[in-house]
Design a protein around this ligand. Structure first.
Ligand SMILES: [Cu+2]
Length: 256
């Protein structure tokens, strides 16, 4: 199991490294020694120790996305993180910009639900315990911090505050890491053709939500990737199509 997950991490991590400064073929060399940007004095160089089910510490120059996280105490006694849940694609390197907006000290510990549960038990036994791992940061009232994390594995993870009582008060948020998939998962969207304009190469479609473009249902004018598509469509047709944003234009790239 350990071997399997290590192999998986390397396999998934490799494309990420390929875009960096390093051009290794089959990466056994987990390059992350030049990271100095996040606030932990981790013993760099020995990457093996940092490979966890949830992924591994990331490098600042590989960050693909910044997510702001707030630690909040509500008026009715709850302690929460915002956001409450996250969706991430495997291969993403995320900068968590964390701000403690509460009046108490809090932690951000990113791990599997099980690992956090184990850790939480330990902290109940040793409340004075403070973490200083690359997957965690502890912040006093008003403090900010950050964690840069490479999500190399799919699965359900979480970030949580493991200070006794805080998890129970609501201080945990789920992280769903999905397969990057990319263009392999083509999504067809249903629509009704409103108008075809062969001359201008455009088609107006009353469409359902275009999930790949994060666009709600509406009526829109599209271009087509091949003129032949226009001949297959006429006003009133029910269609299933794929739309993509190409060079700033919305284009129908496939038609069922
Ligand atoms: Cu807390």
């Amino acid at each position: 199991m350990q071997l399997l997950s290590t192999a998986l991490i390397l396999a998934l991590a490799n494309p990420v490294y390929a875009s960096g400064s390093h051009t290794g073929g089959h990466g056994h060399e987990t390059k992350k020694t030049e990271d100095g940007s996040h606030g932990h004095s981790e013993g760099n160089g020995d990457a093996g120790h940092h490979e966890m089910a949830a992924g591994m510490p990331g490098m600042a120059n590989m960050v693909t996305r910044t997510i702001n996280v707030s630690m909040i105490e509500t008026d009715d006694g709850d302690m929460i993180f915002e956001p409450k849940s996250l969706e991430i694609k495997a291969g993403e390197t995320v900068r968590f910009a964390i701000q403690n907006k509460g009046e108490l000290e809090h932690e951000f510990v990113l791990d599997t639900v099980e690992k956090n549960a184990d850790h939480k038990k330990l902290m109940e036994k040793f409340p004075e315990m403070e973490h200083d791992d690359p997957n965690s940061v502890r912040l006093e009232e008003g403090q900010s911090g950050e964690i840069i994390w490479s999500f190399t594995n799919t699965g359900t993870f979480e970030f949580a505050c493991l200070i006794p009582g805080h998890y129970e008060a609501g201080m945990h948020s789920s992280i769903e890491v999905a397969d990057a998939g990319g263009s392999a998962a083509v999504i067809y969207t249903k629509g009704v053709v409103k108008k075809v304009s062969a001359k201008s190469g455009k088609v107006t479609i009353i469409h359902e939500e275009l999930t790949n473009l994060d666009m709600p249902a509406m009526t829109m004018v599209f271009r087509v990737s091949e003129d032949a598509m226009l001949e297959k469509m006429k006003a009133g047709d029910n269609i299933e199509f794929v739309a993509e944003r190409l060079k700033g234009k919305l284009v129908v790239t496939d038609l069922k």
